[in-house]
Design a protein around this ligand. Structure first.
Ligand SMILES: *Cc1c(COP(=O)(O)O)cnc(C)c1O
Length: 481
């Protein structure tokens, strides 16, 4: 009936079927991609089936196989097939999920998905929520609610009067993601409002240092951002004591749980987020650990009145929903896709146990990978996984300086990337260049982990200078909580 849709389905299936056999990345330069994709734009167009076929062909070497089981860069997640299918339907129905009247079905799906998520993640049943593009925008929504609340406590109406002349807000943070800083920029709070609170050696916020900063900030509108799973180690702040301290000072607790919030779905890992339900707002991603397609982030706010005050929109042509959910009262956008549909489908398909197993399997495989890497001479494990993240580096054989170690680590990472068997990314941690490991895809198997470890071993061996003795096995530093 619709040959374009059939073509898309067959191209998609072929892509997924090929993931296990295909290099994770392929060498192609930006110029090559430009040449391949830059067809002449015609006056009369080209048949859709042909365009789809050529697109899949032309873009292929420019696709990083993040959807496959041997991709361990950043924290990317995969796509469970039912959620990918739901995403297609979502595009097909092409609903504008701006308000109940635009799509009653989309509004009710969103209502239900929000409720399921709160229950699964251990958040208060009365919290409000917002389905946005990602954790970046979830921060914006949550911190807009926070800004409303702390300023209204100080007698200032930020929605009406803006920030000129408002009492300055202080934002206390420990380990944090750069998206948090950008959210503060978007909201006019500014990055200079941030105060770094001391952290323990395991990367978690020092509650005593937090108490000291709270005392110093006494009387100022204060927001504290905590981490549920930081990008490097996956460390969790002490939510219970932090929330207690912040609330005693009348502050707002925000939690960045882009992927870490999902451990709340696992009975064996839930202890890591003890007390997290006492926070005031939470930002997370479904496109990471729930393995639904991009773009899917969620912000939750305990004080729903503050959330609504910050986001609410009134226009004369909005039709009364008669009790249905008008998403534009909770979201920063007006028109938007019905992005809760893939989440609804993923949650129903996986069930509570399915989500728990997804989280637990990723954590187990991260531990397996680190164990296997540790047996390779020339690999130094810097942080043992708490959940699904770990850091290693590759000291230069016979290298004396930290510059040598940094350079060698970068070379090994690049070698593995070019090899195509697996993909890891580099980052800087405590002044060192390191390789970050993240396991967040439902497809990753024990065999994938072994293939990736073998690829690392090959890179280390290939980069050893001829005649040099193997690098000594380095004492493994462990990070205990
Ligand atoms: C990925 C990530 C973000 C940003 O999420 P986006 O979905 O990319 O906007 C924020 N915080 C942490 C800890 C992350 O891992």
């Amino acid at each position: 009936m619709y040959p374009e849709l059939e073509k898309a389905a067959s191209l998609a299936s072929a892509y997924l079927d090929d993931l296990d056999y295909h290099p994770v990345s392929q060498p192609s330069t930006v110029d090559e991609l430009r040449v391949r994709l830059d067809h002449a734009l015609t006056d009369d167009g080209v048949p859709g089936v042909q365009v789809l076929e050529e697109l899949a062909r032309d873009i292929d070497t420019g696709l990083l196989r993040t959807s496959g089981g041997r991709f361990f860069g950043w924290v990317i997640g995969g796509g469970v097939p039912a959620a990918i299918g739901a995403d297609w339907l979502c595009s097909t129905w092409d609903q504008n999920a701006a308000a109940y009247a635009c799509s009653p079905g989309a509004a009710v799906v969103e209502e239900i998905a929000g409720r399921w998520l709160k229950e699964m993640l251990g958040l208060p049943a009365t919290a409000s929520f917002s389905f946005v593009t990602g954790c970046q925008m979830a921060h914006v929504v949550c911190l807009a609610a926070a800004r409303h609340h702390v300023l209204s406590e100080a007698g200032w109406n930020v929605e009406e009067d803006g920030l000129f002349g408002a009492p300055p807000i202080r934002v206390l943070v420990g380990e944090h993601h750069e998206t948090l800083v950008r959210a503060l920029r978007y909201l006019g709070i500014g990055s200079n409002a941030m105060v770094r609170v001391g952290c323990h050696s395991d990367g978690t916020i020092d509650i005593n240092a937090l108490a000291t900063e709270l005392d110093a900030a006494s009387g100022h509108p204060t927001i504290v951002s905590l981490a549920a799973g930081d990008l490097n180690r996956g460390a969790f702040d002490d939510f219970e004591h932090a929330c207690e301290a912040v609330h005693a000072h009348g502050g707002w607790v925000h939690v960045d749980g882009a992927f870490g919030l999902w451990v709340g779905a696992s009975p064996t890992h839930r202890h890591l987020v003890k007390g997290i339900g006492n926070a005031d707002s939470w930002a997370t991603d479904a496109h990471k650990w729930l393995n639904v397609p991009y773009e899917n982030g969620i912000g939750f706010v305990a004080r729903w009145e503050a959330h609504r005050a910050a986001m609410r929109l009134h226009a004369d042509y909005v039709i009364d929903a008669g009790g249905g959910r008008d998403q534009l009262d909770w979201n920063p956008e007006w028109s938007r896709r019905a992005r809760a549909v893939p989440i609804y489908v993923a949650l129903r398909t996986l069930g509570r146990h399915g989500v728990a197993h997804l989280v637990e399997r990723c954590c187990r495989l991260t531990a397996q990978m680190v164990r296997q890497l540790a047996t390779i001479p020339g690999v130094e494990v810097l942080t043992e996984p708490i959940i699904n993240q770990a850091l290693v580096r590759f000291p230069a054989p016979g290298g004396a300086s930290s510059v040598d170690h940094d350079r060698h680590t970068e070379s090994v990472v690049e070698y593995v990337q070019h090899d195509g068997e697996a993909w890891f990314g580099p980052t800087t941690w405590q002044g060192m260049r390191v390789m970050r490991i993240s396991v967040s895809n439902w497809r990753t198997s024990g065999a994938d982990v072994t293939r990736a470890v073998d690829a690392v071993a090959r890179a280390v061996a290939a980069l050893r200078p001829r005649g040099a003795p193997p690098a000594p096995t380095v004492e493994t530093r462990s990070s205990s909580r």
